[in-house]
Ligand binder design. Structure first.
Ligand code: S3P
Length: 413
């Protein structure tokens, strides 16, 4: 395995730029916007709400406007970030919106955003009181001082986006630090926001203006290639233009702490975000433990790290990860099921798992259950073990990374 990999734009950052561009005054131009289906769902929602969205020379161009009532229910597709973050904006508009999504999204918990939004004065109805679709009757909101009960950047972002339209300042306190792309993007678009340790204060009355921004490559997508390169003999990959925001880059520290040969090259700043190239070579990986704040920092990378763990010297233990149970699938269960199919031992519990090291992957039929990160993680397992596997529903990789399989083919042929 060798060559140069270019990744789609970061999914988290793309959602935020699209939402802020749609409510900012003037034009926002986004280069390297994520090609993933989730981020197209956000663009379609913003267009249905009145923003003018165009593609020009590979960039997404958004003409912001006052939002208007959509003519039909909004479709967030598979995207938890879209429904949760956009709800914060919708709760403050002078109209009613219904927003839903696919079967997986319809099973994901929404009370975590309904609670703070209703404290701000929002009126939201959900199926069975907690699931999408949500019907949001827009109101004048009030700022709040909110301590997040779960470590969730989506909930933090939802409250901050609602705070943009609220009377009074909005304060969000985090139990552990989560990705801070919303805070950085809000500042870029002109909001008055202060961040002190884990307390974020957004001053009321922000006036946002359109920006020209470049979306860094998605480090969570890079994770699959990092793991592949670490596992494949003599692999040597250059991953180009990856986002290296410190609230995301714990992945690199964790891999290096386990013996990974990863070098960070040519770091620059763009739109308040760090971006750089990664050189990764095949390495002997010792194994490790993911728990506490580290679990929150690595939450999207755990499927890829689990594959690495099975092939490592001492295995991987994951604790404090009950959030994995409410992702696109119950990822503890989908990992367990598919590892079992490949003959890999794994012990699971309610909030984590342990995978012993030095295991051999066996040929199997994998069931992605429509979860993009499961499909991509097991593609790497199959490749690293050099066993033929069928991955049912592999097309779901397009949720975050439509070019995943073609990129993989290109660097392995
Ligand atoms: C995201 C936050 C995380 C992450 C998701 C993207 C974001 O979710 O798992 O893929 O863009 O803010 P939670 O906020 O539910 O932890």
């Amino acid at each position: 395995m060798g060559g140069v990999v270019t990744l789609p734009g970061d999914k988290s950052i793309s959602h935020r730029y699209a939402m802020l561009g749609a409510i900012a005054e003037g034009t926002t131009t986004l280069a390297n916007y994520s090609t993933g289906a989730d981020c197209q769902s956000t663009l379609a929602c913003m267009a249905a709400l009145g923003a003018k969205v165009e593609r020009r020379e590979g960039s997404v161009v958004i003409e912001g406007s006052k939002l208007k009532e959509p003519s039909a229910q909004l479709d967030a597709g598979n995207s938890g970030s879209t429904i949760r973050m956009l709800s914060g904006i919708l709760a403050a508009q002078p109209f009613t919106t219904t927003i839903g999504g696919d079967e997986s999204l319809s099973r994901r918990p929404m009370q975590r955003i309904m609670m703070p939004l209703s404290q701000m004065g929002a009126a939201i109805e959900a199926r069975d009181g907690k699931f999408p679709p949500l019907t949001i009757r827009g109101r004048q909101l009030q700022g709040i001082d909110y301590t997040l009960p779960v470590a969730s950047a989506q909930v933090k972002s939802c409250v901050l986006l609602a705070g943009l339209f609220a009377e009074g300042d909005t304060i969000v306190r985090e139990p552990v630090r989560t990705r801070d792309h919303t805070e950085i993007a809000l500042r870029e678009f002109g909001a008055d926001i202060e961040i002190e340790r884990r307390v974020i204060t957004l001053r009321h009355g922000a006036h946002l203006t359109g920006r020209e921004l470049v979306v860094p490559g998605d480090l969570s997508s890079a994770a699959f290639f990092l793991v592949a390169a670490l596992l494949l003999p003599e692999a040597n990959l250059l991953i180009h233009g990856v986002g290296l925001n410190p609230t995301r880059s714990a992945l690199l520290d964790f891999l290096v702490s386990m013996g990974a040969a990863i070098k960070i090259l040519d770091v620059q700043q763009t739109g308040g975000e760090l971006i750089g190239d990664l050189r990764v070579r095949a390495s002997k990986i010792s194994g490790g433990v993911i728990e506490g704040a580290l679990t929150a920092a690595l939450i999207d990378e755990i499927p890829a790290l689990a594959v690495l763990g099975a092939a490592s010297e001492h295995g991987l233990t994951v604790r404090d990860a009950s959030e994995l149970r409410v992702k696109e699938t119950d990822r503890i269960a989908t990992l367990e099921e598919n590892f079992r199919r490949m003959g890999i031992a794994i012990e699971t519990n309610r909030e984590g798992f342990h995978i012993p090291g030095r295991q051999k992957f066996h040929a199997a039929e994998i069931d992605s259950q429509g979860d993009h990160r499961i499909a991509m993680a097991f593609a790497i397992a199959a490749l690293a073990a050099d066993v033929p596997c069928v991955i049912q529903g592999s097309e779901c990789a397009a949720v975050s990374f439509p070019e995943f399989f073609s990129t993989l083919r290109q660097i392995t042929s």
